[in-house]
Design a protein around this ligand. Structure first.
Ligand SMILES: Cc1ncc(C[n+]2csc(CCOP(=O)(O)OP(=O)(O)O)c2C)c(N)n1
Length: 326
């Protein structure tokens, strides 16, 4: 393990910085929500940062992703800016979708972020569509599709995986098994022993990955992405992870124990990476504090930007509803 860290120390330090930024964003959103500054619902990915960062690190800027209702980490990892994301959460016109999407539908098609999605299981269908368009236009792109293990019981996810499998589409299905779909434990929702079988029936390679390790997620995704680019078709990755907060902010989480949360926190993706980088002499405590300070400053600026921005005009409600006449 120390050799692994040494071999990738520089990249791991950059990944650490990004995970710290995602955590700072989510932590701040939690307190803004508690203070009633944000309209709508928010679902946070605290604890799941390594999946977003590790997977997105394995793709290029012009590749695509699809996301979920828990999509802030995916968006930051795809390169979206915290200030326009925060403005979107505040419902302001400077947000990525002009303040009309809020947390659950953030998208920036120009950056290949095809959307967070309040419809559970919808992301994989968009990913299959993106994959089809890549194939038909003969482009050298791939699409990563993030979805939760709860979505694995949705018919549309199976239809999308089937289509991707049959047509050898360049899609990597990234299932984040954070152990619960809303308040229901995964084992009470799915009568399978692990999720690999769900990929194998569609004839795609499937692998279970430690979703608390950014390096493991990165390596597995990079391999699947390379296969997809080489015409080898789709893959399924199941990233074992955990969400520290409730399903939504305000969820009393009576369905799980403090001990369980604590056990997962002991494997925290940021703390463990920091410890191994420090232990290997690749980074010191001061540099980690600088990373934290930089993330805090960036999120402070994002909050200020969002607060200072205007709400959209009423007429904006009717813009972007229909396609332009063609
Ligand atoms: C089609 C659809 N069915 C049900 C819901 C209600 N719902 C919202 S989140 C959720 C659980 C999703 O679990 P999972 O896919 O594991 O994602 P996680 O919340 O764990 O990230 C459900 C059932 C929905 N939004 N859309």
């Amino acid at each position: 393990m120390p050799d692994e860290v040494a071999a990738h120390a520089e990249q791991l330090a950059d990944q650490l910085q990004e995970m710290i930024l995602i955590r700072e964003f989510e932590t701040r959103v939690s307190s803004l929500f508690e203070d009633n500054e944000l309209p709508g619902f928010v679902h946070l990915c605290l604890g799941q940062e390594a999946v977003a960062t590790g997977a997105c690190w394995a793709i290029d800027d012009d590749d695509y992703i699809t996301s979920t209702h828990r999509g802030h980490g995916h968006s930051i990892a795809k390169g979206l800016e915290p200030d326009r994301m925060m403005a979107e959460l505040f419902g302001k016109e400077t947000g990525y979708c002009g303040g009309k999407s809020g947390s659950m539908h953030i998208a920036d098609v120009d950056q290949g972020m095809l959307g967070a999605n309040g419809i559970v299981g919808a992301g994989p269908s968009l990913a299959a569509g993106a994959g089809l368009s890549i194939e038909q236009s003969d482009e050298d792109r791939v699409c990563l599709s993030f979805f939760g293990e709860g979505s694995m019981a949705e018919g549309v996810v199976h239809e999308s995986m089937n289509l991707a499998g049959v047509q050898d589409l360049p899609v990597v299905f990234v299932c984040e098994n954070n152990q619960y779909g809303e308040m229901t434990p995964a084992e009470d929702q799915h009568n399978v022993d692990g999720f690999e079988a769900r990929g194998e029936v569609y004839d795609m390679p499937a692998e279970t990955v430690d979703g608390m390790s950014v390096q493991d997620v990165y390596e597995a995704t990079a391999e699947a992405v390379e296969r997809a680019r080489d015409g080898g078709g789709p893959s399924l990755l199941i990233c074992e992870t955990y969400r520290y907060h409730g399903h939504y902010e305000g969820d009393p989480t009576t369905y799980r124990t403090d001990e369980e949360v604590e056990q997962w926190r002991e494997r925290d993706p940021i703390d463990t990476l920091e410890a191994s980088l420090v232990e290997g002499g690749h980074i010191d405590e001061d540099e980690i504090e600088e990373m934290r300070a930089a993330a805090r400053d960036r999120i402070d600026e994002a909050v200020q930007f969002a607060r200072d921005s205007d709400y959209p005009d009423e007429e904006a409600a009717f813009e972007g509803v229909y396609t332009e006449e063609i």
